[in-house]
Design a protein. Structure first.
Length: 183
């Protein structure tokens, strides 16, 4: 019987125009503030809107950190689009388990389907990085990718509030998930 070693890291291809916030270091608040300030610069965004965006993103990041989030990617609207808000975001989280105790993808899919009954379409798929549970809803798309060595899952949690997951932005999120590689 061959045992597979757990990965030491992962690689994920995310478009250059997505802003990355490293949640593994305390400096993430400064990175997030830089994003909010950059997006507000040159615009006529009132201070209360900037504060509201900052508070929402900070709370999202803090919640993610509490649940094992590693990175937070934010896709901003082009300044000329006229839209407000983020068209997409990605939170990458580590969901570790003791070696060999990670549930099989089919069992995880069944559990997620029961929890999200009527809200998400839950399927198992094979990505190059490994067996994956995909949960798609109208504006969210989650990929639970089983880690080699049976040490848990890496969760790629996309939010696509502007266009939804059925359009081109949803296709881009799927392509990002398909780019995942272990190192």
């Amino acid at each position: 019987m061959t045992t597979v070693s757990p990965p030491s890291d992962y690689r994920l291809l995310v478009p250059r125009d997505w802003f990355r916030v490293d949640l593994t270091h305390e400096r993430w608040r400064g990175q997030l503030k830089t994003f909010v300030d950059r997006e507000a610069s040159g615009g006529n965004a009132p201070a209360e809107i900037r504060r509201s965006v900052w508070t929402t993103l900070r709370n999202t990041a803090e919640g993610g950190v509490a649940r094992g989030a590693l990175e937070f990617f934010l896709k901003a609207e082009p300044r000329e689009s006229g839209h407000t808000g983020l068209p997409a975001s990605l939170m990458v989280s580590l969901l570790p388990t003791p070696p060999g105790l990670a549930p099989a993808p089919e069992a995880l899919a069944q559990t997620l389907a029961e929890r999200r009954r009527g809200v998400s379409e839950v399927t198992t798929i094979a990505l190059r990085a490994g067996d994956t549970v995909r949960a798609a809803a109208e504006t969210t798309l989650d990929f639970h990718v089983r880690m080699p060595g049976g040490v848990g899952y890496l969760l790629l949690a996309f939010s696509v509030p502007v266009s939804g997951t059925a359009g081109p932005m949803g296709n881009l999120c799927t392509a990002i998930a398909e780019s995942l590689r272990w190192t």
